[in-house]
Design a protein around this ligand. Structure first.
Ligand SMILES: [Zn+2]
Ligand SMILES: [Zn+2]
Length: 375
């Protein structure tokens, strides 16, 4: 597939300023971000394309070379990678830090010890439906790693120091001869670090770092849904050999609600109403996530009827529009009646039967169906 022009990819002019390029990138990166387009290969490709164009055009040297020689002017092996934030990245929005590298990678130069990106971590956060609907700020305790004080991060017992691995001469990789082929692989002795620790530090078991906990602030955006993840860049496990840290993902789990069921940005609830209210119509009180609202139901409301209250659902975290509340009416049969009430109902029953089928629309249709069935 032919490579598209970097300016075309970002939709900017050849003489666009760095600011314009950044702006265009941000917009497109948001649009194609894999978090917003799960399972879309196309979006992922677009995202990579946009990211590459951005990285090329914001690097003055690369941009000049590209302007002069086109794609041939920029060595593809030099691209990507670079610019890992690492360190204490704060929480971005619901889509995470769009400038972080979400495709892993993080492999350093091909010479020297291998550099590994730290593993990503997941934190399951249970929240209520109300919290999801209104958004809130909270703090979580997550693991973090500090440099070991005893060995100052070397992993070697104080007074000793790591030595260069003799198997790979510090390269972290060895060449193995297999028949005619020479294969490069990670050094089995030092596991790619290029160093051997003869006497490991007792405090950190030679890891050079000690696990602690830290408190992170998390901003839960309005409308977040079950299963969504918030990324905190650089707060995962630390990398190896100076590689970038992984990311921390806060995964949202919404507890079941007593009254409402959520479907996307819509809410559903069941609304029991009395048999008399259903027949006569009138005002009922409907619960919503922000208090009760009055709603008028028409005369002759049937059980199972659904009323839609526009905009009383949840404001979508991505769309920014509020969903609707669907109220499912359940007509309640009165119980524990007194003799007087029973008499009233018998009289009532008698009067409606005398009135014919017109009082019972469902019975009428049902009878017609039964009749059709037997004839
Ligand atoms: Zn140590
Ligand atoms: Zn080695």
């Amino acid at each position: 597939m032919a490579k598209r022009d970097f300016y075309e990819v970002l939709g900017v002019a050849k003489n666009a300023s760095e600011d314009e390029i950044k702006k265009a990138y941000r917009k497109l990166a948001m649009k194609y971000h894999p978090d917003r387009n799960p399972d879309s290969k196309d979006a992922e490709e677009k995202f990579k394309e946009v990211k590459e164009a951005y990285e090329m055009l914001t690097n003055p040297e690369k941009r000049e070379a590209y302007d002069r020689y086109g794609h041939a002017g920029v060595d593809p092996n030099m691209g990507g990678g670079g610019g890992f934030g690492g360190g204490a990245g704060g929480f971005g929005d619901a889509f995470g830090d769009i400038f972080g590298d979400i495709f892993g990678g993080g492999r350093g130069r091909s010479q020297g010890p291998q550099v590994y990106r730290g593993a990503d971590l997941r934190y399951n956060l249970e929240i209520t439906l109300e919290q999801a609907a209104h958004g809130f700020d909270t703090t979580i305790r997550v693991p973090s790693w500090d440099k070991c004080d005893t060995c100052h991060g070397t992993g070697a017992k104080p007074g000793t120091s790591p030595v260069t691995c003799s198997t790979c001469a510090g390269h972290g990789q060895v060449r193995m001869q297999q028949g005619f082929f020479s294969i490069q692989q990670t050094c089995p002795k030092c596991h790619g670090t290029g160093k051997i620790i003869p006497e490991p530090c007792a405090a950190c078991s030679g890891q050079g770092r000690i696990k602690r906990n830290k408190t992170l602030e998390v901003k839960i955006p309005v409308g977040i849904d079950n299963g969504m993840r918030i990324r905190s860049s650089g707060n995962g496990e630390p990398g190896t050999n100076g590689g970038p840290s992984g990311d921390l993902y806060v995964e949202i789990h919404i507890k079941p609600h007593q009254v409402f069921q959520r479907e996307g940005d819509d809410l559903h609830c069941e609304m029991p109403i009395s048999f008399a209210k259903a027949a006569l119509g009138g005002e009922i009180e409907v619960p919503t996530l922000s208090g009760k609202v009055a709603f008028t139901i028409p005369e002759g409301t049937q059980s199972g009827k659904t009323f839609r209250l526009k905009g009383k659902g949840i404001k979508g975290v991505r769309s920014g529009f509020a969903g609707d509340l669907f109220c499912h009416v359940a007509v309640e049969t009165p119980v524990k009646l007194t003799d007087k009430q029973k008499d009233l109902l018998r009289d009532f029953e008698k009067s409606t039967t005398e009135g014919g089928a017109k009082h019972s629309p469902q019975t009428k249709t049902w009878r017609d169906k039964v009749k059709d069935f037997f004839e």
